[in-house]
Design a protein around this ligand. Structure first.
Ligand SMILES: [Zn+2]
Length: 242
């Protein structure tokens, strides 16, 4: 194979490699974001339980106040009962006191219910806190791994870039220009093989003369259809020019 063609193939290999590393690097930020979200949702779950417990506690305090104010009324009515001499008023106060006591019993039932809910909430909070701790540890580990991966990728990228720079400089300038132009317009696959008389880039059948030129390995040959640089290896196929 032509030496320049071999150089081009090595350059292309480094470029493919560089592209893979770039893609992997670009993938790091979405992964980081996913970790952040995972942590946030674990924190949000804890906050939700906390808030529910606060609500339960507020509601319970509210009920306690209601009980206290009803108890005050009962005390006042009891006092009034002792003052009055009218039987009618006494009866009315008794009725009112009974009504208040019934209301207090209802409130106390509700309080018990709230306390049970709070107890369940506390248990749930312990579970959620545990989950959050695990998530935090896991996320930290993943972040460290990501950081290591990023460091390795950046090192690899530097190494490949330097190699690439060297390889590109070694090429004859016009060939290099041709390669770089094709790389821009065609993306990754610029130096392609011929298999069964077909261009490995655009997959169009090549004129027999192009195949012959390529096989004779005297100069750089390009695909008349897509402009990619062609190379031929015997093992690709044996019946190309038949
Ligand atoms: Zn082609």
């Amino acid at each position: 194979m032509l030496e320049s063609l071999e150089k081009l193939l090595i350059l292309q290999d480094r470029d493919h490699h560089l592209r893979r590393v770039r893609e992997e690097l670009a993938q790091l930020e979405p992964e980081r974001e996913a970790l952040r979200q995972r942590l946030q949702s674990a924190q949000a779950a804890l906050e939700q339980v906390r808030q529910r417990l606060r609500q339960l506690e507020n509601e319970r305090r509210q009920l306690e106040l209601e009980v206290a104010s009803k108890q005050q009324l009962i005390d006042r009515y009891t006092h009034q009962q002792m003052q009055t001499r009218k039987n009618e008023e006494y009866q009315a106060l008794s009725l009112e006191i009974e009504r208040l006591k019934a209301a207090i019993r209802q409130i106390e039932d509700r309080e018990l219910d709230l306390m049970e809910q709070a107890e369940l909430g506390q248990k749930e909070m312990a579970t959620v806190q545990d989950t959050l701790r695990h998530t935090e540890n896991w996320v930290r580990e993943q972040q460290t791994l990501l950081q290591q991966r990023e460091q390795n990728l950046r090192l690899e990228y530097q190494k490949l870039s330097a190699e690439r720079h060297q390889l590109a400089n070694d090429l004859e300038p016009s060939l290099r220009q041709r390669y770089e132009r094709l790389l821009k317009s065609r993306g990754g696959n610029v130096v392609v093989g011929i298999a069964h008389g077909v261009c490995g880039g655009c997959h169009m059948r090549l004129p027999p003369q192009v195949v012959v030129d390529c096989r004779s390995d005297q100069e750089i040959v390009t695909c008349p259809n897509c402009g990619r640089i062609l190379y031929y290896k015997r093992e690709m196929d044996m019946e190309v020019v038949d």
